[in-house]
Design a protein around this ligand. Structure first.
Ligand code: HEC
Ligand code: HEC
Ligand code: HEC
Length: 465
């Protein structure tokens, strides 16, 4: 019934399309196109697998909940017109007011009319209606929705995602849609300015995301310049390569979204990333020759069971090499060379132990790897409950100096700081971090604007005589 009515609505011009352009037979194709775009846009990442609305997420300014975007008429977007849907996606404007930029509309603004129509068809016809009313996002003053209007004025260029590069040819054009618009890669990989906006001048140059380091993904040598196209494509499609693995936020991006794209689209992403202006980021380049100091292995019997090392140590040792041999060597090898076939990566190659920012290494030691891509499950155990901050620091310093080939002097406090970033909120804090300052600046700016307008209207009056 419902979908019959909706098909009728779509065909009869509520879509603001000439009826002739929407023959009933074309619907499944449009819905399917919309489904694919929703996967590439990772809508489920925030709105949930069923799109019924995200879990409440605590941010410094209050909880932000992703809306119910199923076609339920009472609690979802079932009664929305195409125009309203389009405004929410491309202008950050919903019928109830401005959306918070936790919804990445500064990226989705690059969607074309037909892509918006396809997404609309999918959400109206291809998604099951679920009745669920996420808590309202009425944030306390000054974070009212109206404060987003001047923010949009400053940071939203309708039709052009922040930092989108000039492209040549069809493949790069497709890649730009997948990276800048749908994939909203910059939401994590670009650092933010004081008003929480993505910094266009440091586009994709690397940023902290909830305690993880989302690396520089431009083609500079300090970014992914050293990765071959094939390695990059494999990483994006599977989350694994010998230079880097997806363990944190990127693991969910890969398993929910990128791994479900057709190979041609992965190649398009790679082609576009090569076209993005290169950014230099701090990177400690590996020393040409890594001198591995003799490891004190003899002192400890190589444990066969993972749990055995705990009983063997358990004295609160702070020696990185001892900890490594006990906890890590069984998989990554005593010399850090990894296992055959590199299921357990070689720590001499992996990027995350030689970058200037040690956050990802610390997070991986604490939280492990738990990634499912298709039928394949990749697992490294978490060590958070077995090791204290000081032990994680010594271990990370050892891995970085011995295998990463870079100097490293992490302290307990550094580790505590990194891990606190992760535990605070899984999703939205990255968008809300500087919002406190942002809102105040926005307000002051708004007042200036107002004062300027008033002043101008006064100075103009005499001129009219
Ligand atoms: C990074 C997280 C995130 C992603 C990814 C995301 N959204 Fe959202 N979306 C949100 C949040 C948070 C809100 C609520 C914002 C608010 O209340 O101001 C929202 C609001 C919306 C709304 C407005 C709903 C309403 O009732 O006002 C629509 C429509 C929407 N999203 C559609 C989508 C679609 C379609 C996609 C995928 C193409 C998507 N979103 C991807 C976080 C996200
Ligand atoms: C939700 C945040 C988020 C989004 C969105 C995101 N990434 Fe990432 N990405 C990360 C983080 C964090 C890492 C660090 C590794 C990890 O999470 O395990 C990473 C790692 C990577 C790496 C590995 C780089 C290296 O040197 O090891 C590449 C390549 C990459 N991302 C590409 C992309 C592309 C392309 C997109 C968009 C299609 C994207 N990412 C979207 C957070 C994100
Ligand atoms: C039971 C086996 C096992 C043990 C024990 C283990 N690892 Fe891992 N490690 C893995 C696997 C599997 C991966 C991920 C491979 C992938 O993602 O494809 C991994 C990945 C990594 C990475 C790459 C992470 C990234 O995001 O770049 C680092 C670094 C690492 N391990 C360090 C360690 C350290 C340090 C220890 C000891 C505290 C340790 N591992 C213990 C199996 C293990």
């Amino acid at each position: 019934m419902r979908s019959a009515r909706l098909v009728a609505a779509l065909v009869l011009g509520q879509l603001a399309l000439p009826a002739a352009a929407q023959p009933a037979g074309a619907q499944p194709a449009l819905v399917e196109q919309g489904r694919y775009l929703a996967v590439a846009g990772d809508c489920a990442g925030c709105h949930g697998e069923s799109f019924k609305g995200g879990e409440p997420v605590a941010t410094p300014i209050g909880a932000i909940h992703a809306s119910n975007i199923t076609p339920d008429r009472a609690t979802g977007i079932g009664s929305w017109s195409l125009g309203q849907f389009s405004d929410a996606l491309r202008k950050g404007r919903a019928p109830e007011g401005h959306l918070y930029p936790a919804m990445p509309y500064t990226s989705y603004t690059g969607l074309s009319d037909i892509e918006v129509q396809a997404l609309y068809s999918y959400f109206m016809l291809g998604v099951k209606a679920v009745s669920n009313r996420p808590l309202a996002n009425d944030l306390p003053f000054p974070f009212i929705r109206a404060a987003m209007a001047p923010w949009d004025l400053l940071f939203l260029t309708e039709g052009k995602p922040t930092g989108a590069a000039t492209v040549h040819g069809e493949q790069q054009l497709r890649g730009r849609l997948l990276v800048e618009t749908l994939g909203h890669c910059s939401a994590c990989h670009s650092p933010r300015g004081t008003m929480m906006q993505e910094r266009a001048d440091r586009h994709l140059a690397g940023a902290m995301v909830a305690g993880w380091w989302a690396p520089n993904i431009t083609a500079d040598a300090t970014g992914i310049g050293g990765w071959s196209d094939k390695k990059l494509a494999t990483f994006l499609a599977t989350g694994h390569s010998d230079l880097g693995v997806a363990a944190g936020e990127m693991a969910t991006v890969v398993s929910r979204s990128l791994s479900k794209l057709v190979p041609g689209d992965i190649d398009a992403i790679v082609a576009y990333l090569r076209a993005v202006p290169k950014m230099v980021s701090p990177k400690l380049l590996r020393a040409a020759t890594v001198t591995v100091s003799p490891l004190d292995i003899a002192a400890i019997e190589q444990p066969t069971e993972l749990s055995a090392w705990q009983t063997q140590l358990g004295h609160g040792t702070r020696q990185g090499d001892v900890l490594y041999q006990s906890a890590c060597a069984s998989c990554h090898g005593a010399d850090g060379n990894g296992s055959a076939g590199l299921v357990h990566p070689s720590l001499h190659l992996i990027d995350s132990d030689s970058t200037a920012n040690a956050a990802t290494l610390v997070q991986v030691i604490a939280h492990g790897v738990d990634r499912t891509v298709g039928a394949r499950h990749t697992f490294m155990p978490p060590f958070r409950s077995d090791l204290d901050d000081g032990q994680i620091a010594s271990l990370a310093n050892f891995v970085r100096t011995e295998f990463g080939g870079v100097g490293s002097v992490l302290t307990d406090a550094d580790v505590a700081g990194i891990l606190a970033g992760k535990s605070a909120t899984p999703w939205l804090i990255r968008y809300a971090g500087p919002l406190v300052i942002a809102a105040i600046v926005i307000l002051v700016l708004g007042l200036f604007l107002l004062a300027w307008k008033v002043a101008r209207s006064f100075t103009r009056r005499p001129a009219r005589k």
